[in-house]
Design a binder for this molecule. Structure first.
Ligand code: ADP
Length: 301
């Protein structure tokens, strides 16, 4: 809507006002007082018009936020339904492996074979654990309530869970997390960010052999903290970079099968960060490694 910019048309006359043509018809003796009144009215109209414009902008913004929240909720529902549909299939294989390994262990006398059976049962248990963990995370990630959080604490919570998940493979010593306690608090959901870190580091552990670095940096005039999870593993081809955030997408399902996982981790990461109005970025080179990063706003207390 445009504010009418044409000048006021005022006719000076003692005669009856011509309302068709003029905005105002003034008796010459009252020009000063009338004009002041008109200008005041015009200023008031301008102020109301500006207020109305601001309110309209606010409504548009709220409508966009609502649409975004609805979209995220819908995607989460789709993700949940897809997981529920796949769960029985995903559960059956490791469960059968554990069952048969345990049954065979009873009768097996050969020590080497016994060790192999224990390893099979242990790996299958880990796969089950990942599945249960993803489902639990999905339940939790619906409720994000942001407040000032200390990233160091979120990282420690992620580390505790990763230790539990990776302890039997003795891999967690590869995690080099340098999140200074002196970093200012950021606006986020602590549990949500801890899950994001956990899933990104979990992938980095799966798809690399060497150290994994979790780094933070104050950027954009100290208004944001950028968090990066960097590995020097197998990397991801350029044409796969968008697809990896899709539900159930795996670049090579055979390699992930060794460690479990069903291609939902990055979809959960994306949804949790979208709930924060934050996007996830990835830089990667085949054979060289990957960097996943996102930024959170600093809270000035
Ligand atoms: P999952 O790890 O359970 O397969 P994700 O959704 O977490 O599922 O990841 C999707 C796919 O993206 C993985 O299967 C893998 O192909 C690729 N990917 C994710 N993180 C990395 C990484 N750090 N290095 C190489 N490939 C990765």
């Amino acid at each position: 809507m445009a504010y009418p910019q044409r000048p006021l048309l005022i006719i000076l006359s003692d005669e009856t006002p011509d309302t068709e043509q003029a905005d105002l018809t003034l008796a010459p003796g009252r020009i000063g007082a009338e004009l002041k009144g008109v200008l005041r009215l015009r200023q008031e109209a301008l102020r109301i018009f500006e207020q109305q414009q601001a309110a309209e902008q606010q409504i548009t913004r709220l409508q966009e936020e609502l649409a975004n929240a609805k979209r995220i909720r819908h995607e989460l529902e789709v993700l949940k339904n897809a997981i529920v549909r796949n769960v029985s299939h995903e559960l059956r294989t490791p469960l059968l492996q554990i069952k048969s390994a345990v049954a065979l262990l009873h009768e097996e006398v050969d020590e080497e074979k016994k060790t192999q059976l224990v390893a099979l049962a242990t790996n299958s248990t880990a796969r089950l654990e990942v599945l249960v963990r993803n489902i639990t995370m999905l339940g939790g990630s619906l409720e994000t309530s942001s407040g000032p959080i200390i990233l160091h604490d979120a990282m420690e919570a992620a580390r505790r869970n990763l230790r539990r998940l990776w302890e039997h493979r003795d891999q967690t010593h590869r995690i080099q997390a340098e999140i200074p306690t002196s970093l200012p608090p950021v606006l986020a959901d602590k549990q949500g960010i801890s899950i994001v870190l956990q899933l990104l580091i979990d992938n980095a552990l799966k798809f690399s052999q060497a150290a994994i670095y979790v780094e933070t940096e104050l950027i954009e005039d100290n208004e944001f903290v950028e968090v990066r999870v960097r590995d020097s593993g197998i990397g991801i081809a350029r044409d796969q970079l968008d697809r990896i955030f899709e539900i159930f997408y795996q670049v090579d399902s055979s390699s992930t099968r060794a460690y479990g996982g069903m291609g939902v981790g990055l979809a959960i990461v994306r949804l949790i960060l979208e709930n924060h109005h934050v996007s996830i970025k990835v830089k990667s080179e085949l054979g060289k490694g990957s960097i996943f990063s996102f930024k959170l706003p600093v809270v000035r207390l």
